[in-house]
Design a protein around this ligand. Structure first.
Ligand SMILES: *Cc1c(COP(=O)(O)O)cnc(C)c1O
Length: 227
């Protein structure tokens, strides 16, 4: 009962405002982590279908409660032992950071007779805390036999997170690095076509640097207490 009329208006307005700003070809993932199903329904009722969550249990709960035409994107760090819970319905997994995880996704996707789309997470931040491949590992993996032996996963792009910093130049530099890597891969393999970068604090820079998928939470749903 928290989301009163004003709350609903805010979500709808925020969403409309951001969608108007986005250039054509840039997809919006509305990041609804920690937010109640009512808030997601408000966004859904205004016509938005793509939502991002970072915890498996929470995403499963929301998937069960909400309309089935919602496309659920897993944007958080995914543990191998939890893939089985989302394999039935997940629409895109953003943060894949190991071949072992890809193998598990392939195995679980097979059980549901699905092909699960994935983005490989690239480590671009200068800080040490973010998961992901470096460029050498990425070049080894993409187009490799190991990847080809996983018929139930489809790698369609890259995802990255910039350093959490006020230094806009550093953020821009990190996004540029990822875009360069993306362009190199995309030139060889056109199926690598999604570049997921940019959040509430830095999506304008990300778009200027060539992102075609932004993951925006607090600018739509308001700030979060927990992470
Ligand atoms: C939480 C989260 C976002 C959205 O963050 P906001 O700052 O609220 O827009 C985007 N990407 C990932 C991976 C996240 O965990």
């Amino acid at each position: 009962m928290e989301s009163n009329f004003n709350g609903k208006m805010t979500i709808t307005d925020n969403l409309a405002k951001i969608k108007k700003e986005l250039p054509p070809g840039v997809k919006l993932v509305a990041v609804s982590k920690t937010k109640p199903v009512e808030d997601i329904l408000t966004a859904y009722n205004s016509g938005h279908l793509i939502f991002g969550e970072n915890k498996v249990q929470e995403m499963v709960f929301k998937w069960e409660q909400l309309p089935k035409d919602i496309q659920w994107h897993m944007i958080g760090h995914l543990q191998r032992n939890k893939v089985k819970y989302l394999a039935e319905f997940v629409s895109l997994i953003h943060g894949v950071d190991s071949l072992k995880l890809l193998r598990e996704i392939d195995k679980q996707a097979k059980k549901h007779d699905r092909i699960i789309k994935c983005l490989l997470q690239v480590h671009i931040a200068e800080e040490d805390t973010k998961f992901g491949f470096d460029s050498a590992e990425l070049n080894d993996l993409i187009g490799s036999d190991e990847l080809r032996q996983l018929p139930n996963v489809e790698v369609i792009g890259l995802m990255g997170m910039a350093t959490f910093t006020k230094d806009r130049l550093q953020i821009r530099r990190e996004f540029k690095t990822l875009k360069t890597l993306f362009d190199e891969l995309n030139a060889k393999l056109p199926e690598i076509s999604i570049l997921s970068m940019g959040m509430s604090g830095d999506y304008e820079i990300a778009i200027e640097e060539g992102s075609n998928m932004v993951r925006i939470g607090s600018s739509i749903f308001g700030s979060r207490n927990q992470h």
